[in-house]
Write a protein that binds this ligand. Sequence first.
Ligand code: F0G
Length: 464
Amino acid sequence: MHRWKTIVEPFRIHSVEPVRFNTREERSSRLQQAGFNLFGLRAEDVLIDLLTDSGTGAMSRDQWAAIQHGDESYAGSPSWFRFLDAVRSLFPFEHVIPTHQGRAAEKILFSVIGGPGKVVPNNTHFDTTRANIEYTGAEAVDLVIAEGHQPQVVHPFKGNMDVEALEALITAVGAHNVPVVFVTITNNSGGGQPVSLANLRAVRAVCDRHGLPLFLDGCRFAENAWFIHEREEGQQNRSIRDIVRDIAAVADGMTMSAKKDGMANIGGWLAMNDGELAAQCRNLLILTEGFPTYGGLAGRDLEAIAQGLNEVIEEDYLRYRIRSTAYLADALSDVGVPVVKPAGGHAVYIDARAMLPHIAPLRYPGQALAIALYREGGIRGCEIGTVMFGRHPDGSEVPAAMDLVRLAIPRRTYTQSHIDYVIEVATWVAERASSLRGLRIIGEPPALRHFTAQFAEIDESAAA
Ligand code: F0G
C-alpha cells in the first residue's frame, strides 16, 4: 500500500482563535520593554508561541462537552470520581491527590520528604522540581546517561538514567539520605528524550536493592510510551495503555502536570502507594490547594483532564504528535540548524552553543537566539541553558551542560503552515547567525531567574 508523506492532523478545526501580525520595529521595541526576557512579552505580540507546550494545547470537542458535566460540589463530586478513574486506569496508585498543576504536587511532596542533607536523584530535574527540592535545603542531582548531554549523538532513549551513577550516588551519600529516586518521562530539560522500559526496570532494581521508593515525573508519559512503542524491542504490537501501565508498575508514585499529557489547560496530581506519606501530603494539600477531592481544581477541570487522558493515548494522535515534531526538527537539520537528535516528543531543541560559537556560554547564546527568532519572525521559544541553570544556590555562575533553545509545540494547536513559517524564520536567522549578539544580565531574582531576569545586549564593537 502507498504510504502518504503528508502528516494529516487527526482532527479538523471547530473553533478558531485569531493571531496578530506585527512589524520587526514593533517587536524590537517590545523586546526593549521586556528587558529582553521573552517571558515579559504580552502574548498578543507573539505570532507563533512556542514558549511551552504546558497548558497551551487545544481541547477537543469532547473535552469542552465534558466541562459542561463539571460538578462543583466541595466534597465527593462525580467529576472527582471520573478524574480518579481516568488517572487510575493508567496509573493504578492507591492514593491520588489532585493539585492545580505539577509544581504544586512537587511542593507538597518535597515539603514532606525533602530537607537539609537529603539528596534526590533524577535523570534530569525540571527547573521547578529542582527549585522545590533546593527550597527545602535538599540537593537535586541529575544522572542522565552521557549521550543525554551530547546533542548530536543519536540514541533511542537519550533520557535514560545512568544506572551505575545512581548506584554510586546512593552508596556515596547513604540510602537513608535519599528519600526518593525520580525519573522524568520524557526528559524535558534534556531535550524531551524518552526513557526505555528496560531502563525504568533497571532503576527499579537499584531502588529495590537500597529499599528506596521510585517516583515518576509523568508530565509527558504518553509521548514516552509512544517512543517505547516505536523503538523498544517487543513493544510494537502492544497498546499504549498497556505500555503506560507497565511504566506505572515500576513506580511507587508520581507527580504530574495535566497541562502536558493531560491535554488540559490546568491541573495535576500527586499519587503514591504509601498511605502514611499520602496522609501527610493530604494535610498539606488542605492547607495550600484544597479539599482532597478537588485539590486546586474546579470540577470542570477534573472533567477536562479525565477526557484528555483518554485522548492522549490514542495512536492516531500520538503518531501525528511525534511525527510533526520530527518534521520541524528534520527540516531545521536539513538547512544546517543544529538540533538535538533525535527529535524529542513535545519540542525541538536548537543547539544554540553550536549555532553561535562566537557567543560564550556566559553571554547566553540560547537567549541571543531566542531573541532573534522573536525579533525576526514573532516566534517565541525558550532558552534552556545557562540562563535557566547557570546560577547555583551558592551564588556561583557556571555554564550549563548545554545551551539550547526549545521550540515547544502546543498540542493540536498549530498547523503545518505555521510550522513551515517557523522553519523559514529559523533558516533566515541561521544565515545571519554571526551577526547575533550576546547578553549580560542586569537584574535577576534569587531563584528561577529565567522567568524575570533582565538583560542588555552586548555591543561587541564597544567592548573590543
Ligand atoms: N516536570 C516537568 C518535566 C515539566 O516539564 C514541568 C513543566 C513540570 C514538572 C511542572 O509542571 O508547570 O504544571 O507546574 N514544564 C513546563 C514547560 C512549564 O514549559 O516545560 P507545572
